[in-house]
Design a protein around this ligand. Structure first.
Ligand code: NAG
Length: 275
């Protein structure tokens, strides 16, 4: 008799924790503040192409993986795992939980390697502060905390994201289809999309900057099986969901920010700005 009521009390407390404490500050943009906390519909695993992002690096700092020289990432890296609604909006700042790097200490090597920040800025967190890139991914904009009840805590969020990333290796799929990093080649957008469709049986969504692939999303049902990123009535969802990309896209090779201008010593930000 003793054990059941005790468990119920604990799960009620957990539920209250997640539901009652919603973020009311600093939730910006096309974001649904999760006061009413409707459960999300699907996950998007957002990946960044360093070859495109690192072209923008104007100064260096310790947090920016573009500045790692020969250790800089040369494959798609993780931006975040984002819970989304089918209507194109997404929940944000669902719970008032603070990012705690201690909780993911066993994952940190992989996180630093495969989930690096590609800039020097410190993104905003839910509670009006600034924080690490990962704190932002957990707390604000598209949110780990909104992945409840599928992903229950910070550790699970990072663990699930890394697992998806290892299992669905976009860089590998593209290179096997002949789409390898190049500063001269352009590849048909339709071909890039088909290569991923063939490999994962789901349609990705891409975004481009000046004709170069910048971000690529692959999407998942809540049981982590792949699904199309945009489910619409139109038959051309593949093209629509990649509207910022031209018909032929590039996949630029990584160029070290220091070498690009021929500057031997490119400017580094002081450490406190590098957070
Ligand atoms: C993806 O596959 C490539 C081989 O094409 C490999 O070098 C890379 O380590 C793989 N990435 C991950 C995260 O497993």
């Amino acid at each position: 008799m003793a054990s059941l009521p005790a468990q119920s009390v604990i799960s009620l407390q957990i539920l209250v924790l997640f539901v009652a404490s919603v973020c009311v500050h600093d939730c910006i943009g096309g974001v649904i503040e999760s006061r009413k906390l409707r459960e999300f519909d699907y996950f998007a695993l957002a990946l960044q192409w360093p070859g495109t992002y690192c072209q923008r690096t104007r100064h260096c700092c310790s947090s920016n993986a573009c500045c790692r020289g020969s250790n800089a990432p040369t494959e798609f890296t993780i931006h975040g795992l984002w819970p989304d609604y089918n209507d194109g909006s997404w929940p944000s700042c669902c719970t008032r939980s603070n990012f705690d790097i201690e909780k993911i200490s066993t994952l940190l090597d992989d996180i630093q390697k495969y989930w690096p920040s590609l800039s020097c800025g410190s993104p905003s967190t839910c509670h009006g502060g600034k924080g690490l890139f990962w704190a932002h991914e957990v707390n604000t904009k598209k949110h780990g905390t909104c992945s409840f009840p599928v992903v229950r805590d910070e550790y699970e969020y990072f663990f699930a994201t890394l697992n998806l990333y290892f299992k669905y290796n976009v860089t590998k799929v593209l290179s096997e289809a002949g789409y390898v990093p190049s500063n001269t080649e352009k590849y048909p957008l339709g071909g890039v999309i088909s290569a991923i469709q063939n490999a994962f049986h789901a349609t990705p969504s891409l975004s481009c900057s000046h004709g170069a692939v910048e971000e690529l999303q692959i999407c998942f049902y809540k049981d982590f099986k792949p699904r199309d990123c945009l489910i619409g009535s139109t038959t051309r969802t593949d093209v629509l969901s990649s509207a910022s990309c031209p018909k032929y896209v590039s996949l630029p090779e990584y160029v070290s920010p220091g070498l690009k201008n021929g500057d031997a010593a490119f400017p580094w930000l002081p450490q406190h700005e590098a957070l």
